[in-house]
Design a protein around this ligand. Structure first.
Ligand code: PLP
Length: 372
């Protein structure tokens, strides 16, 4: 059997070895319900506290402002259920677009960057009659990898007294997040994008703003998310966060070399390939491309047959490929069913903890692309 080459890290990062070990250790501790008063309950509480501390350190925020949820999607739904008016960018993940049900949509440029002039003009008109408006713009787009100008978004939103949420699911582990340096009100995160198990997310919130929970019950997570805590998920998220803290900031240079090598090979072998967001500030691990004549689903199947696991970036939960609203929003409507996403490990630490992807394999992959 051929070696499978996984290049779909933006979909999910494999459970890190160290995280897996920490989960097994945690399972060996005993029955952990953090609400219990006894020894095991206290152990459970400590595990959650350590994880919250690690995550707080990673993004430089007070751990008490972090609520663990079942996913980033849940964190976003919890937040959005508190707002009637939500302004979103056109390239947001479906977790944002579906749960906001917003028709206040800010377009992006052809490079995939949120249009700041449009945002400013839009907010100027909108907030006149609207007191409680939330602006939600993602930090890094999951399909194109384009980094959004979050500082500027915050500056504009604050000028019009809006609150700001940032979906940072694809930013964590790829770029520096320092909440002391940016005046965000809310941030949402997903554990499995940095090597924790799936099924754990977080909402980071400004505690001056009262939020109403969606899930009611035993008062866990300061009453913001009831239900006996997912201790294994939380432990995994905390351990993955610890590994990210210990890796040097923005340490993606090896990943970038691989991505850029592959991008160049694609250009050499098939020059008509369109590279989305090439001129924009992109994270080091992502490459979104298309060929005008080749549907994305066909490309994925052919690459899969050659043992390369990649993605269209726009697959829905049924696994079916839909038109990419991101590619469409960037002005490439005719290519919206053709895009294919190659996503490398988010940073060098994860690259090195996994089996390394060689330039020989990437050359083979680029040749497969050229033969589509
Ligand atoms: N936001 C972005 C940008 C994502 O890429 C994802 C997952 O793909 C999510 C939100 C949802 O994260 P979760 O799987 O934790 O619900």
């Amino acid at each position: 059997m051929n070696k499978q080459i996984y290049l779909d890290y933006n979909a999910t990062v494999p459970l890190l070895k160290e995280v897996k070990k920490s989960l097994i250790d945690c399972m060996d501790v005993g029955p952990l319900n953090a609400s219990s008063i006894h020894y095991y309950g206290r152990k459970g509480k400590d595990i959650i506290d350590v994880a919250r501390t690690n995550l707080g350190k990673l993004i430089n925020t007070n751990k008490n402002n972090i609520i663990f949820t079942g996913s980033a999607t849940e964190a976003i739904n919890l937040l959005f259920s508190n707002f009637n008016t939500i302004v979103v960018s056109s390239i947001e993940h479906l977790a944002v677009l579906s749960s906001s049900k917003s028709d206040h949509i800010i377009p992006v440029t052809r490079d995939g960057i949120v249009d700041l002039n449009f945002l400013e003009t839009y907010l100027k008109k909108l907030v006149k009659n609207n007191k409680k408006t939330l602006v939600s713009v993602m930090w890094v787009n999951n399909e194109s990898g384009v980094i959004q100008p979050i500082e500027e978004v915050v500056e504009i939103a604050k000028k019009y007294e809006c609150l700001v949420h940032c979906d940072a699911a694809q930013a964590l582990g790829k770029i520096k997040i320092n909440l002391e340096e940016i005046e965000l009100d809310f941030l949402t995160l997903s554990g499995h994008k940095i090597g924790a198990p799936t099924g754990i997310g977080a909402l980071v919130y400004n505690d001056k703003i009262n939020l109403t929970p969606q899930i009611l019950g035993g008062g866990q997570e300061k009453g913001m998310r009831a239900g006996t805590e997912n201790i294994l998920g939380i432990r995994g998220f905390g351990e993955a966060a610890k590994i990210m803290i210990n890796t040097k900031e923005n340490n993606c240079s090896q990943v970038e070399v691989l991505r850029d090598f592959f991008q160049q090979k694609i250009k050499d072998y098939r020059p008509e390939t369109i590279i989305f967001g090439e001129k924009a500030n992109r994270v080091a691990n992502t490459l979104l491309i298309a060929l005008p004549q080749i549907p994305g689903d066909l490309a994925l199947i052919k690459l899969d047959l050659e043992s390369f696991s990649v993605s269209s970036g726009s697959a829905c939960s049924s696994g079916k490929i839909s038109k990419s609203h991101v590619v469409s929003s960037m002005g490439y409507d005719k290519l919206a069913s053709n895009s294919v996403r190659f996503s490398f490990p988010p940073n060098d630490a994860i690259l090195n903890s996994e089996s390394l992807i060689t330039t020989k394999e990437l050359d083979m992959l680029a040749r497969c692309w050229s033969n589509l």
